[in-house]
Design a protein around this ligand. Sequence first.
Ligand code: 13P
Length: 228
Amino acid sequence: ALLQALKQGLPADNKAGVAVAAPAVYLAQIQAELAGSAIDVAAQDVSQHEQGAFTGENSAAMLKEFGVRYALVGHSERRQYHGETDAVVALKAQAALAKGITPIVCVGETLQEREAGQTEVVVKRQLAAVIHQVGLCVSELVVAYEPVWAIGTGKTASPEQAQEVHAVLRAQLAAATEKAGRVPLLYGGSMNAVNAAQLLAQADIDGGLVGGAALKAADFLTIIAAAQ
Ligand SMILES: O=C(CO)COP(=O)(O)O
Protein backbone atom coordinates (compact mmCIF):
# COMPACT_ATOMS: atom_id res chain seq x y z
CA ALA A 1 0.00 0.00 0.00
CA LEU A 2 2.88 2.34 0.82
CA LEU A 3 4.54 1.76 -2.53
CA GLN A 4 1.29 2.30 -4.42
CA ALA A 5 0.72 5.58 -2.59
CA LEU A 6 4.28 6.70 -3.34
CA LYS A 7 4.02 5.78 -7.00
CA GLN A 8 0.70 7.58 -7.37
CA GLY A 9 1.79 10.60 -5.38
CA LEU A 10 5.13 11.21 -7.09
CA PRO A 11 4.61 14.21 -9.39
CA ALA A 12 5.36 13.71 -13.09
CA ASP A 13 7.92 16.53 -12.96
CA ASN A 14 9.77 15.11 -9.92
CA LYS A 15 13.50 15.78 -10.19
CA ALA A 16 14.72 14.16 -6.98
CA GLY A 17 16.14 10.67 -7.06
CA VAL A 18 13.94 8.43 -4.91
CA ALA A 19 14.72 4.94 -3.68
CA VAL A 20 13.14 2.58 -1.19
CA ALA A 21 15.53 0.55 0.99
CA ALA A 22 13.96 -2.65 2.20
CA PRO A 23 15.01 -5.83 4.00
CA ALA A 24 16.24 -8.44 1.54
CA VAL A 25 13.22 -10.72 1.82
CA TYR A 26 10.98 -7.99 0.37
CA LEU A 27 13.19 -6.98 -2.53
CA ALA A 28 11.50 -9.21 -5.09
CA GLN A 29 8.09 -7.85 -4.17
CA ILE A 30 9.36 -4.28 -4.23
CA GLN A 31 11.04 -4.75 -7.58
CA ALA A 32 7.73 -6.00 -9.01
CA GLU A 33 5.70 -3.17 -7.44
CA LEU A 34 8.09 -0.46 -8.62
CA ALA A 35 8.66 -1.79 -12.14
CA GLY A 36 8.20 1.03 -14.63
CA SER A 37 8.16 3.70 -11.92
CA ALA A 38 10.79 6.37 -11.26
CA ILE A 39 11.48 4.92 -7.81
CA ASP A 40 14.58 2.78 -7.37
CA VAL A 41 15.13 -0.30 -5.24
CA ALA A 42 17.76 -0.25 -2.49
CA ALA A 43 19.03 -2.92 -0.10
CA GLN A 44 19.75 -2.21 3.55
CA ASP A 45 23.02 -4.12 3.51
CA VAL A 46 25.26 -6.14 1.19
CA SER A 47 27.83 -8.86 1.79
CA GLN A 48 31.48 -7.90 1.69
CA HIS A 49 32.15 -11.18 -0.17
CA GLU A 50 31.73 -11.45 -3.90
CA GLN A 51 30.88 -15.14 -3.56
CA GLY A 52 31.53 -18.17 -1.40
CA ALA A 53 30.04 -20.05 1.54
CA PHE A 54 28.70 -17.28 3.77
CA THR A 55 25.32 -18.63 4.79
CA GLY A 56 22.75 -15.93 5.37
CA GLU A 57 24.62 -13.25 3.45
CA ASN A 58 23.30 -11.52 0.33
CA SER A 59 26.00 -10.85 -2.24
CA ALA A 60 25.92 -7.84 -4.55
CA ALA A 61 25.38 -10.20 -7.49
CA MET A 62 22.32 -11.69 -5.78
CA LEU A 63 20.91 -8.23 -5.02
CA LYS A 64 21.51 -7.18 -8.60
CA GLU A 65 19.18 -9.96 -9.73
CA PHE A 66 16.38 -8.13 -7.94
CA GLY A 67 16.99 -4.81 -9.66
CA VAL A 68 18.80 -3.29 -6.68
CA ARG A 69 20.43 0.02 -7.63
CA TYR A 70 21.66 1.16 -4.21
CA ALA A 71 22.78 -0.57 -1.02
CA LEU A 72 23.21 1.01 2.38
CA VAL A 73 26.58 0.15 3.86
CA GLY A 74 27.67 0.85 7.40
CA HIS A 75 24.31 1.93 8.79
CA SER A 76 24.96 2.68 12.45
CA GLU A 77 22.80 -0.26 13.50
CA ARG A 78 25.00 -2.60 11.46
CA ARG A 79 28.10 -1.06 13.04
CA GLN A 80 26.63 -1.18 16.56
CA TYR A 81 24.78 -4.51 16.65
CA HIS A 82 26.62 -6.53 14.01
CA GLY A 83 30.17 -5.53 14.74
CA GLU A 84 30.84 -3.94 11.37
CA THR A 85 34.18 -2.18 11.44
CA ASP A 86 35.29 0.61 9.12
CA ALA A 87 37.28 -2.00 7.20
CA VAL A 88 34.24 -4.25 6.70
CA VAL A 89 32.11 -1.31 5.62
CA ALA A 90 34.77 -0.34 3.09
CA LEU A 91 34.82 -3.88 1.67
CA LYS A 92 31.03 -3.81 1.37
CA ALA A 93 31.17 -0.54 -0.55
CA GLN A 94 33.73 -2.04 -2.90
CA ALA A 95 31.71 -5.26 -3.34
CA ALA A 96 28.63 -3.24 -4.27
CA LEU A 97 30.49 -1.04 -6.75
CA ALA A 98 32.03 -4.11 -8.40
CA LYS A 99 28.54 -5.25 -9.37
CA GLY A 100 27.22 -1.85 -10.40
CA ILE A 101 25.34 -1.15 -7.19
CA THR A 102 25.83 2.32 -5.72
CA PRO A 103 26.78 2.14 -2.05
CA ILE A 104 25.14 4.64 0.28
CA VAL A 105 27.92 4.91 2.85
CA CYS A 106 26.55 5.81 6.28
CA VAL A 107 28.74 7.68 8.75
CA GLY A 108 27.94 9.37 12.02
CA GLU A 109 28.97 9.91 15.60
CA THR A 110 27.33 8.72 18.80
CA LEU A 111 26.15 11.20 21.42
CA GLN A 112 29.16 10.35 23.56
CA GLU A 113 31.50 11.06 20.66
CA ARG A 114 29.78 14.38 19.90
CA GLU A 115 29.97 15.46 23.52
CA ALA A 116 33.67 14.56 23.57
CA GLY A 117 34.23 16.82 20.54
CA GLN A 118 35.04 13.83 18.34
CA THR A 119 32.42 14.27 15.61
CA GLU A 120 34.79 15.35 12.85
CA VAL A 121 37.42 12.77 13.72
CA VAL A 122 34.86 9.94 13.74
CA VAL A 123 33.11 10.74 10.46
CA LYS A 124 36.41 11.40 8.69
CA ARG A 125 37.82 8.08 9.91
CA GLN A 126 34.70 6.23 8.75
CA LEU A 127 34.73 7.85 5.31
CA ALA A 128 38.52 7.59 4.90
CA ALA A 129 38.33 3.80 5.12
CA VAL A 130 35.91 3.71 2.19
CA ILE A 131 37.79 6.28 0.12
CA HIS A 132 41.00 4.31 0.58
CA GLN A 133 39.30 1.06 -0.44
CA VAL A 134 37.42 2.19 -3.54
CA GLY A 135 40.18 4.29 -5.11
CA LEU A 136 39.08 5.92 -8.33
CA CYS A 137 35.43 5.03 -7.71
CA VAL A 138 35.03 7.66 -4.97
CA SER A 139 32.89 9.82 -7.22
CA GLU A 140 30.40 6.96 -7.59
CA LEU A 141 29.53 6.89 -3.90
CA VAL A 142 26.56 8.32 -2.08
CA VAL A 143 27.41 9.38 1.48
CA ALA A 144 24.87 9.70 4.28
CA TYR A 145 25.63 11.59 7.46
CA GLU A 146 23.54 10.04 10.21
CA PRO A 147 24.33 11.20 13.73
CA VAL A 148 23.53 8.12 15.80
CA TRP A 149 21.82 10.23 18.48
CA ALA A 150 19.35 11.51 15.88
CA ILE A 151 18.24 8.19 14.37
CA GLY A 152 14.72 7.26 15.41
CA THR A 153 14.92 9.54 18.43
CA GLY A 154 12.96 12.55 17.21
CA LYS A 155 16.11 14.62 17.87
CA THR A 156 17.24 16.14 14.60
CA ALA A 157 20.60 17.76 14.05
CA SER A 158 20.01 21.45 13.45
CA PRO A 159 20.53 22.52 9.84
CA GLU A 160 23.73 24.27 10.97
CA GLN A 161 25.05 21.22 12.84
CA ALA A 162 24.35 19.00 9.85
CA GLN A 163 25.83 21.44 7.34
CA GLU A 164 28.99 21.74 9.41
CA VAL A 165 29.60 17.99 9.15
CA HIS A 166 28.54 17.84 5.50
CA ALA A 167 31.10 20.53 4.67
CA VAL A 168 33.78 18.42 6.34
CA LEU A 169 32.74 15.38 4.30
CA ARG A 170 32.63 17.39 1.07
CA ALA A 171 36.14 18.68 1.68
CA GLN A 172 37.37 15.17 2.40
CA LEU A 173 35.83 13.92 -0.85
CA ALA A 174 37.29 16.90 -2.73
CA ALA A 175 40.75 15.87 -1.60
CA ALA A 176 40.15 12.47 -3.23
CA THR A 177 38.29 13.38 -6.42
CA GLU A 178 37.69 16.36 -8.67
CA LYS A 179 34.07 15.23 -8.88
CA ALA A 180 33.27 15.64 -5.17
CA GLY A 181 30.52 18.11 -6.02
CA ARG A 182 28.64 15.30 -7.73
CA VAL A 183 28.64 12.94 -4.75
CA PRO A 184 25.21 13.18 -3.15
CA LEU A 185 25.50 13.90 0.58
CA LEU A 186 22.36 12.81 2.41
CA TYR A 187 21.34 13.73 5.93
CA GLY A 188 19.56 11.11 8.05
CA GLY A 189 18.23 11.19 11.58
CA SER A 190 14.66 12.23 12.34
CA MET A 191 14.25 14.11 9.07
CA ASN A 192 10.54 14.76 8.67
CA ALA A 193 7.97 16.68 6.66
CA VAL A 194 8.41 19.74 8.88
CA ASN A 195 12.20 20.02 9.14
CA ALA A 196 13.22 18.65 5.70
CA ALA A 197 13.07 21.93 3.78
CA GLN A 198 15.44 23.73 6.15
CA LEU A 199 17.90 20.85 6.18
CA LEU A 200 17.80 20.46 2.42
CA ALA A 201 18.36 24.20 1.95
CA GLN A 202 21.90 23.83 3.31
CA ALA A 203 24.69 24.10 0.76
CA ASP A 204 26.04 20.58 1.21
CA ILE A 205 22.86 18.68 2.06
CA ASP A 206 21.69 17.12 -1.18
CA GLY A 207 19.06 14.71 0.10
CA GLY A 208 17.79 12.65 2.98
CA LEU A 209 17.99 9.14 4.35
CA VAL A 210 14.57 8.96 5.88
CA GLY A 211 13.37 6.32 8.33
CA GLY A 212 10.22 6.85 10.35
CA ALA A 213 8.82 9.70 8.29
CA ALA A 214 9.03 7.57 5.14
CA LEU A 215 6.49 5.15 6.56
CA LYS A 216 3.73 7.67 5.87
CA ALA A 217 3.47 8.26 2.14
CA ALA A 218 2.18 11.82 2.53
CA ASP A 219 5.13 12.78 4.74
CA PHE A 220 7.65 11.11 2.47
CA LEU A 221 6.14 12.88 -0.55
CA THR A 222 6.42 16.21 1.28
CA ILE A 223 10.12 15.52 1.90
CA ILE A 224 10.59 14.56 -1.76
CA ALA A 225 8.92 17.83 -2.78
CA ALA A 226 11.36 19.71 -0.53
CA ALA A 227 14.28 17.98 -2.28
CA GLN A 228 13.51 19.26 -5.80
O1 13P B 1 18.62 5.82 9.33
C1 13P B 1 17.46 5.89 9.62
C2 13P B 1 16.63 4.67 9.65
O2 13P B 1 17.44 3.55 9.55
C3 13P B 1 16.81 7.16 9.97
O3 13P B 1 15.69 6.91 10.74
P1 13P B 1 14.77 8.10 11.29
O4 13P B 1 14.49 8.99 10.11
O5 13P B 1 13.55 7.41 11.80
O6 13P B 1 15.55 8.80 12.36
